[in-house]
Design a protein around this ligand. Structure first.
Ligand SMILES: C[S@@+](CC[C@H](N)C(=O)[O-])C[C@H]1O[C@@H](n2cnc3c(N)ncnc32)[C@H](O)[C@@H]1O
Length: 294
């Protein structure tokens, strides 16, 4: 398909380089849009929802998108950046509901970029590019990044180099924001009280070359670049999201005997993730930051 002119898809300048872990990211997200369409909600949001009472999944996902829109002070006429834009749900919400003028999204997934381009929405552009390669043409009013931070540091890095990688991310975001601009970040993190323990199966088969941060590392990496305005912890919300996704995945296949090998792997990963959030080995953080003026 030939994308419409405003739907720029830019190839990464360094193809599949180790620092961006592009191959590892594609391993997960490029299994096919139709696979994810079967069990994600209609907005195709693939990150922890923000639940309230008896919400259905779509309502809880939209509440989460709006949380981030508020945290980044989204307003009509703005130009914003979504780092790790997935299938474009956040950009869509920012443009349609919050009247943002232009949303630029970064993803490493060909399938996701294609999905966004197919919408032919001139207010939204998806770039097939890592944040580490991004070169904006103008400063942004706000930046959001949901569920991508988990991919930024490789497990081979020691603590100091991990924090240095995160700091490079925060430095870039600071450089790209107008004075007073906000950054809204959502990431899974090791629970502050636990050791860096997580499932070997998920590390090996689901998210190779991914590593989680701790809250302490995030704050150390952003220190002096951003002022934290709000930090929330929602591990229970991610346990519930994983459970709902797992039930939807099963329902989409009829019953457990009819699961494809792919769906079976995802069932296992969602079950382990749910238990890890419940046991507090890992948690879910949402952080609102303001660009520091100094
Ligand atoms: C779990 S998905 C979340 C998608 C979306 N934010 C959502 O909530 O539905 C992670 C996203 O991060 C992107 N990603 C991972 N590493 C990245 C990097 N270095 N630069 C840009 N995007 C990245 C992936 O391509 C994917 O779109």
């Amino acid at each position: 398909m030939t994308p419409a002119p405003a739907l720029a898809i830019t190839l990464p300048r360094q193809a599949d380089t180790a620092p961006t872990g592009a191959d590892a990211v594609r391993h997960h997200y490029d299994v096919g849009n139709s696979f994810f369409e079967r069990w994600l909600d209609p907005t195709m949001t693939y990150s922890c929802a923000l639940w309230d009472g008896t919400d259905d999944l779509e309502t809880a996902q939209i509440r989460k998108l709006d949380w981030h829109a508020r945290a980044m002070a989204a307003a009509p006429g703005q130009t914003v950046l979504d780092i790790g834009c997935g299938w474009g749900a956040m950009m869509d919400r920012l443009v349609r509901h919050w009247r943002v003028q232009r949303a630029v999204g970064l993803t490493l997934s060909h399938e996701q970029a294609r999905h966004i381009a197919a919408r032919r929405d001139f207010a939204i552009s998806a770039r097939l590019e890592s944040w580490a390669d991004h070169q904006p043409t103008a400063l942004y009013d706000g930046i959001v990044s949901v569920g991508a931070f988990e991919h930024f540091a490789s497990p081979t890095l020691d603590a100091a180099r991990r924090v240095a990688t995160y700091r490079a991310f925060f430095q870039s975001c600071r450089d790209w924001l107008k004075p007073g601009g906000r950054l809204s970040l959502q990431t899974i993190a090791y629970d502050a009280l636990s050791t860096r323990k997580f499932s070997d199966f998920i590390r090996r088969e689901i998210f190779p070359d991914a590593e989680l941060p701790t809250l302490g590392e995030i704050l150390a990496a952003s220190d002096g670049l951003f002022r934290p305005l709000l930090i929330t912890d929602d591990g229970d919300g991610y346990a519930r999201t994983c459970r709902v996704w797992r039930h939807r995945l099963l329902a989409a296949h009829g019953d457990s005997k009819r699961l494809t090998p792919e769906a079976r792997r995802f069932q296992r990963y969602l079950r382990i993730s749910e238990a890890s959030f419940q046991r507090r080995n890992i948690t879910l953080l949402r952080l609102a930051f303001e660009r520091s003026s100094s």
